[in-house]
Design a protein around this ligand. Structure first.
Ligand SMILES: Nc1ncnc2c1ncn2[C@@H]1O[C@H](COP(=O)(O)OP(=O)(O)OP(=O)(O)O)[C@@H](O)[C@H]1O
Ligand SMILES: [Mg+2]
Length: 455
């Protein structure tokens, strides 16, 4: 915010001081409204938007702190500096705990006043930047930014939006890159906990002891390296959501602790005998077959039933190919924006490559493919040369039916002769054809049965 445009409200019943402050602040380039009493101050915030209020602690009818609170009902988040009398430490502390930005003890000189005002305004600028970024983030994880054209994904979104507001544990399953974390964040943001923290941890990324202290915290000195007491992620996620990724890799000892959290909303930090209460919503994810892990004794059955409350299955991208064009569109917009390019789209051949690929890395792989293409593109349309996917996929590109049928027949005949070791009678029987028909086909494709005879 440019200094000249910052608008300040000052309230003090000492008219001399009020006038003096107004002059000083105006000479520093601020636009100042001076109010000698509460009523004028309240009237002013109704008609104008201020960037900062400076309030004397002792006013005629009320104190400056309660006035600050009243003004904020009209102007939420209005930063305030409270002017306190010399020696009234207690009021200064109270002002701060009730949300004043800072306090200034009378008497103060002009330099001090300006310094405090500058700092408060700088802080407000930062705070609004944080708000803006948070707005951007929440937009990114909003349901509306999750591409779901396919029926399968629409069903997922329907489940997810229905359960978001509950506190039930959600169990997200899907191959890597299918959007498990995206869904988890979207659930969090759509829940009543959306304003609180979302904490994510990958259970496969840390060895057992570290994972345990990361999750549950530890007392200072509870193990070598524990030089400080740490609260742990469950405490960080208090009133919010914790996302336990790769839950299938959680060691059994930690599974027991997690079970206790889910059952009793309580746990013991490492090396501590004092239980900690937490209120967290748990979302877990895995790309493993957890039922199989339960059978093998690597995952606790009781924990499985506790977490498997609302299962959400994210289908692999190859099973929801109708999402591909929309995803391509979204990613192309995103990257051309970031790269300051004006990309129009893909050639039909490039799109066909995308539609036919198997996408083992799912949406993330598609996203990377588009990022690469957008970065490399020299024109505003992406051609197939910029979609370097493995050959197998390209080989399967759509061909005219006649050609496709011939390819198939040829492969089929070879397989048939391999199985029957070049015995045409057996091959004909297997194929349900007369020997003569089969001979004709073999001739057409120039296949020699004796090549398949093995001794
Ligand atoms: N339906 C979707 N719509 C838009 N973007 C998506 C969608 N699904 C996934 N993405 C994007 O794909 C990328 C991978 O998603 P995410 O990290 O959530 O997957 P994941 O299943 O957690 O992967 P991993 O198993 O590798 O951890 C992210 O950039 C995400 O924003
Ligand atoms: Mg993930």
């Amino acid at each position: 915010m440019a200094r000249e445009t910052a608008k300040l409200l000052i309230v003090d019943d000492d008219r001399n001081l009020l006038e003096l402050m107004k002059m000083r602040l105006e000479s520093s380039g601020y636009v100042v409204t001076a109010a000698p009493d509460e009523d004028e101050a309240k009237a002013a915030v109704v008609t104008q938007a201020f960037d900062l209020a400076i309030l004397d602690l002792q006013l005629v009818h009320q104190d400056g702190i309660s006035l600050m609170e009243e003004l904020r009902r009209v102007a939420p988040g209005l930063p305030a500096i409270i002017l306190t009398a010399h020696g009234s430490i207690e009021s200064a502390v109270e002002a701060m705990t009730r949300g004043a930005f800072t306090y200034l003890t009378k008497p103060f000189d002009a330099r001090e006043l300006i310094l405090h005002v500058e700092r408060a305004l700088e802080n407000r600028k930062l705070a609004s930047e944080v708000d803006r970024l948070q707005g951007l983030l929440s937009e990114r994880y909003d349901f509306k930014n999750i591409v779901a054209r396919s029926g399968a994904m629409q069903a997922v979104l329907e489940t997810v939006s229905r359960v978001a507001k509950t506190d039930s544990t959600v169990f997200v399953r899907g191959e890597s890159g299918t959007g498990k974390e995206l869904i988890a964040r979207a659930i969090h943001l759509a829940s009543n906990r959306g304003g609180k923290s979302f904490v994510a941890i990958n259970c496969a990324a840390l060895p057992e002891t570290l994972l345990e202290s990361e999750l549950f915290g530890h007392e200072k000195g509870s193990f070598t390296g524990a030089v400080r007491t740490s609260k742990g992620l469950f405490v960080q996620a208090h009133e919010g959501t914790i996302f336990l990724d790769e839950i299938g890799d959680m060691p059994l000892a930690i599974q027991a602790k997690l079970l206790r959290v889910l059952q009793e909303r309580q746990f013991y930090p490492v090396g501590s005998e004092k239980p900690v209460d937490v209120d967290v919503r748990v979302i877990v994810a895995t790309n493993k077959n957890i039922e199989e892990l339960v059978k093998q004794g690597q995952f606790r059955e009781d924990l499985y039933y506790r977490i498997h409350v609302i299962p959400v299955e994210l289908p692999p991208l190859r099973e929801r190919r109708d999402d591909i064009p929309v995803l391509v569109d979204v990613f192309l917009k995103k990257f051309s924006g970031q790269m300051n390019k004006k990309m129009k789209g893909l050639t039909p051949a490039a799109m066909q490559r995308l539609m036919l690929h198997d996408w083992p890395g799912n949406v993330r792989e598609l996203e990377n493919t588009i990022e690469y293409a957008a970065a490399m593109a020299e024109q505003d349309v992406i051609g197939e040369d910029l979609i370097p996917l493995e050959k197998c996929a390209v080989e399967e590109a759509i061909k005219p039916l006649k050609e496709a049928r011939e390819n198939f027949e040829k492969k089929y005949l070879v397989r048939l002769l391999e199985l029957t070791r070049g015995n045409v009678s057996s091959a004909a029987a297997l194929a349900g054809r007369y020997r003569a028909d089969l001979y004709n086909l073999l001739k057409k494709y120039v296949i020699n049965p004796s090549d398949f005879k093995k001794d």
